[in-house]
Design a protein around this ligand. Structure first.
Ligand SMILES: C[S@@+](CC[C@H](N)C(=O)[O-])C[C@H]1O[C@@H](n2cnc3c(N)ncnc32)[C@H](O)[C@@H]1O
Length: 184
């Protein structure tokens, strides 16, 4: 598992509107996120997915956005404020060894971990925290970029998730990504 973190300025490229042609957040997430849910976007960067997630959970829901880089979170806050969605967003800068989500125990309905796990020092420790945050019956969508992550490495990521008690569910087709839904 690599211990390399995406430079903060890549965040501007990740929120490019052109990316929506390949990875449309509404299309990818609408099967999983409903109005009123608590959703968690881990490694959210500048919020390519977070803003759509905030629209999908609606005024009664919440999106917790976590990233290890303050510059990513600061930009997310500016973008969410401009979009009128900041009231639905709980934003947190975490430590590279812990997500700082202990207060969310069994409160989260849905977790998104998009293009994140290959940057983490320990996938199993990560999934232990996700397992603890998810309510029973909650789900986690994991997606990893095919360019950086081999099929075998992705299967190892899923094996690490399984060790924590998460079950491997459907494998949604997604532009240039390996993807799987994990069920608590
Ligand atoms: C490749 S970017 C993907 C961003 C976003 N999920 C997307 O698809 O647009 C990976 C993000 O994960 C963050 N990250 C890396 N290690 C992390 C950690 N230990 N905890 C939380 N976020 C982390 C990076 O700062 C970066 O913003």
């Amino acid at each position: 598992m690599a211990d390399h973190i995406c430079p903060w300025w890549i965040g501007y490229i990740l929120v490019s509107p052109l990316r929506r042609l390949l990875q449309n957040p509404q299309k990818i997430l609408s099967p999983y996120i409903k109005s009123g849910m608590v959703a968690l976007d881990v490694g959210c960067a500048m919020g390519f997915f977070s803003l759509d997630m905030a629209r999908m959970v609606g005024a009664e829901g919440k999106v917790v956005c976590v990233d290890v880089q303050a510059k990513m979170i600061n930009s997310l806050v500016r973008r969410a404020t401009k979009a009128g969605l900041i009231d639905r967003i709980d934003h947190r800068v975490c430590d590279k060894n812990g997500l700082g989500i202990e207060d969310l125990g069994e409160k989260v309905d849905f977790v998104l971990a998009f293009a994140l796990v290959h940057e983490l020092p320990d996938a199993e420790v990560f999934f232990q925290q996700i397992h603890a945050a998810l309510r029973p019956g909650g789900t986690c969508l994991v997606a990893e970029p095919k360019g950086h992550v081999s099929k075998n490495d992705f299967e190892e990521t899923l094996a690490a998730a399984k060790k924590t008690g998460l079950e491997i569910g459907e494998r949604p087709a997604m532009g240039r990504s390996h993807a799987a839904l994990l069920n608590r």
